[in-house]
Design a binder for this molecule. Structure first.
Ligand code: NAP
Length: 554
C-alpha cells in the first residue's frame, strides 16, 4: 500500500516537510521516526503536562552518547513529560571507542557495553546506524526535527607533530593503528602497510607517553600468540603473526614525572612477561640517567599517583641493569622530542629512522607552574620501520556548529565549562567533543549527567526552542493526520503504521536499526566462537549492511 493511496493529505504535509529539509533520505527516516514517536506519544496521557513529549537526538553512540541517553532517561522531569531519544551513528555498529578504542586485551573495560545494551533496549530509545551527520543529514536539519540535539561525536581527528617526514610510509597515527587492530572499517586496509613496516625493521617507535601509547606498545610487544583469544581483528592477528618488532621504543618529550600514562597501564606493560613463557618474555627497560634528568621537576609529594609511577619506574630502571631473558624489549625513554623522520636509504619513500632531540625541563612561561621541554641541540637517531605518533586526538568541526579552535572542541558556553553549545539553543555537547580527549570511559558518566541535567533544566524552564518543529508536528497531527487516522482506523486501514512504512521504504540510506545491529552482533559472536574468541569483528561496512538486512552468510 502506498502513501498516496492511503493518506494523500498526510503525504503532502510530510513531503512538504521533507522538501524543506532538502530531500535528504536519512532525514526522511528520522522525520518518520519523529512522526511515529509523536503519534505514539499523542496516544498516551502527558501526566497533566500540556507540553509535547520531548524528542532528543544524540549524535554519536560512543560512551558519551550512550551515557547521556541513559541519564536523560533517568531525569524525572523528562520522564514525566515523555521523552524519546534517537541515537545516530555514522557506523552501522554502536559503542564508538568501547568497540574500536579499548584494547582487545582489556575485556573488562568493554563491559560498559552491557550497560549500553540495556539503554538501547529501552522502548523510548532508537538507534540509527550508518547515518552520517554532516552529509546524510545536517545538524541544522536535526535541530529542526528535534527539541534538543546532543553532540557526542568524540574526537575523530589527530594532532600532528609537524616535523619533516611525517608523511613517509611506516609513519602512522596511533589512532589509525588502534582502529586497525580493533577492526574499525576506516582502517581495515592498513594491514599490508603495517606488515611492510614491521618487515622493514625490528624496531617500532611510539611517540608520546599517554595511555594510548602504552596500549600500542603493549599490543606490539605481546604479539599474535598472546592476543589470539581476544577480540582483536583477524587481519591484525595475521600481520602480527607474520612480523612483530623485537624492540619497541616509547618516547616522551618531557620527564617521567610529566608522563600522562597511569599506574595500572604502566604496571601492565612491565609485567607482560608473566603472561608468556620465559623464552618469549618481554623486558621493560628504563634508563636511570633519564630518570635522574627527569628529577629536575619531580612530582609533588602529595601527588600519590605520580609518586607510585616514579617508584615503579625506578624499580624497572634497577631491574633493567640485568635484564631477564627476553625476545622482545619495550624501552620507555624520556626527554626526547622528535625532530624529523629519516627516509630509509633502501626505500626513500619509507621511514628508516627517527631523529630525536634531547630536551631539558624548563618552567613554562605562562606562570602556570607547568614544565615544558626545551631542545638542547643534542640529537639521537633511532633506526626503525614503524613510527606511531600517539600525541593526542582532536575533535573535528561538525557542520556549522561553533568550533573552539584553540581547545579543538565544539564551542560550548563558558569556554567549555557548560554543556550548552554556544549560540545554538537546544544543542548540547558531551564527552570529548566538549572537554577534549582526556579521561577514561567512566569519566563520561559525570559528563553525561552534566549534559542531561542542563537539557532537563532548559526543558523545564521552557528554554528549549523547537517551536517551528512543534508546529510542524501539530499541523500533521491536528490538521491532516488525526482526521486521516480516524478515517483509516474506521476503514481498518492501519492508520499511522501505514504512513510509517511508506516513509521508510522511500528512504535510500541503508539505516541500521537496533535489530539490524543485533544481527551483526550475533554473526560476530558466532564467528568468534568458531575461532575461540569473544567475537570476530566484521570490518567492512557493506558486509555489516548485508548482515543487518538479514541477508549475510551467517
Ligand atoms: P594523552 O594522555 O594526552 O597523551 C599524549 C602524549 O603525547 C603526552 O605524552 C604528550 O606529551 C605527548 N605529546 C603531545 N604533543 C607532542 C609533541 N608535539 N611531541 C611529542 N609528544 C607530544 O593522550 P592519549 O594517550 O591519546 O590518551 C587520551 C585519553 O584516553 C587519556 O585520557 C587516556 O588516559 C585515555 N585512555 C585511557 C586508557 C586506559 O584507561 N587504559 C587507554 C587509552 C586511552 P606532553 O605531556 O609533553 O604534552
Amino acid at each position: 500500500m502506498t502513501f498516496t493511496k492511503t493518506s494523500p493529505k498526510s503525504l503532502a504535509v510530510l513531503r512538504r516537510h521533507s522538501q524543506k529539509l532538502q530531500g535528504s533520505t536519512a532525514v526522511r527516516g528520522l522525520a518518520n521516526r519523529t512522526l511515529s514517536a509523536c503519534a505514539a506519544a499523542s496516544d498516551s496521557p502527558t501526566s497533566g503536562n500540556d507540553k509535547p513529549p520531548l524528542r532528543v537526538c544524540v549524535v554519536g553512540s560512543g560512551p558519551a552518547g550512550f551515557y547521556t541517553t541513559k541519564y536523560l532517561l533517568k531525569e524525572q522531569g523528562l520522564s514525566d513529560r515523555g521523552i524519546t531519544i534517537d541515537i545516530v551513528d555514522r557506523l552501522p555498529t554502536p559503542y564508538g571507542l568501547v568497540r574500536s578504542g579499548v584494547a582487545p586485551d582489556h575485556p573488562e573495560v568493554k563491559a560498559a557495553q552491557n550497560d549500553f545494551e540495556q539503554v538501547a533496549s529501552d522502548p523510548r530509545v532508537s538507534f540509527f546506524g550508518n547515518v552520517t551527520v554532516g552529509s546524510d543529514v545536517s545538524v541544522a536539519q536535526l535541530r529542526e526535527l528535534y527539541h534538543a540535539v546532543v553532540i557526542a561525536h568524540g574526537a575523530g581527528g589527530d594532532r600532528s607533530l609537524g616535523v619533516p617526514g611525517e608523511d613517509l610510509d611506516g609513519v602512522l597515527t596511533a589512532r589509525a593503528f588502534v582502529n586497525w587492530y580493533n577492526g574499525h572499517p576506516d582502517c581495515a586496509d592498513l594491514g599490508p602497510r603495517i606488515a611492510a613496516a614491521l618487515r622493514h625493521s625490528d624496531t617500532a617507535v611510539v611517540i608520546g607517553v599517554g595511555n594510548v601509547a602504552l596500549d600500542c606498545a603493549r599490543i606490539l610487544a605481546k604479539g599474535a600468540d598472546a592476543l589470539r583469544s581476544t577480540d582483536i581483528a583477524a587481519h591484525a592477528l595475521e600481520a602480527l603473526s607474520a612480523a612483530a618488532p623485537k624492540r619497541i621504543v616509547v618516547a616522551g618529550r618531557r620527564g617521567a614525572a610529566q608522563a600522562s600514562f597511569t599506574i595500572k597501564e604502566l604496571r601492565e606493560l612491565t609485567r607482560i612477561e608473566l603472561s608468556l613463557s620465559a623464552a618469549q618474555g618481554v623486558a621493560c627497560a628504563v634508563r636511570e640517567d633519564e630518570l635522574r634528568l627527569s628529577d629536575a621537576a619531580p612530582p609533588p609529594p602529595q601527588d600519590r599517583a605520580k609518586q607510585r609511577i616514579m617508584a615503579l619506574l625506578g624499580a624497572v630502571a634497577e631491574a633493567s641493569k640485568v635484564p631477564p631473558p627476553h625476545s622482545r624489549e619495550v624501552q620507555l625513554r624520556f626527554l626526547l622530542s622528535p625532530r624529523r623522520m629519516v627516509p630509509s636509504p633502501a626505500d626513500p619513500a619509507r621511514v628508516g629512522a627517527i631523529e630525536m632531540e634531547r630536551t631539558a625541563l624548563v618552567a613554562a612561561d605562562d606562570g602556570s607552574g607547568a614544565v615544558r621541554a626545551k631542545g638542547t641541540g643534542v640529537t639521537e637517531t633511532i633506526d626503525c620501520g614503524l613510527v606511531l605518533t600517539s600525541i593526542g586526538y582532536r575533535t573535528l568541526p561538525l557542520d556549522d556548529l561553533p568550533y573552539d579552535a584553540r581547545r579543538a572542541t565544539v564551542a560550548c558556553a563558558g569556554g567549555g565549562a557548560s554543556p550548552r553549545v554556544e549560540n545554538a539553543p537546544g544543542t548540547y555537547c558531551a564527552g570529548w567533543a566538549r572537554r577534549g580527549p582526556s579521561g577514561i570511559i567512566g569519566t563520561n558518566i559525570l559528563d553525561a549527567k552534566f549534559a542531561a541535567a542542563a537539557l532537563a533544566e532548559d526543558a523545564a524552564s521552557g528554554a528549549l526552542p523547537g517551536a517551528a518543529e512543534a508546529r510542524w508536528v501539530i499541523s500533521v497531527r491536528s490538521a491532516a493526520a488525526l482526521a486521516e487516522d480516524a478515517a483509516l482506523g474506521a476503514a481498518g486501514g492501519g492508520g499511522r503504521a501505514v504512513r510509517t512504512q511508506a516513509l521508510l521504504s522511500d528512504s535510500a540510506v541503508a539505516v541500521v536499526d537496533w535489530t539490524g545491529y543485533q544481527r551483526i552482533d550475533a554473526a560476530e559472536r558466532a564467528r568468534g566462537a568458531a575461532a575461540s574468541k569473544p567475537r570476530e569483528k566484521v570490518v567492512r561496512v557493506a558486509e555489516m549492511l548485508s548482515l543487518a538486512r538479514g541477508s549475510g552468510a551467517d
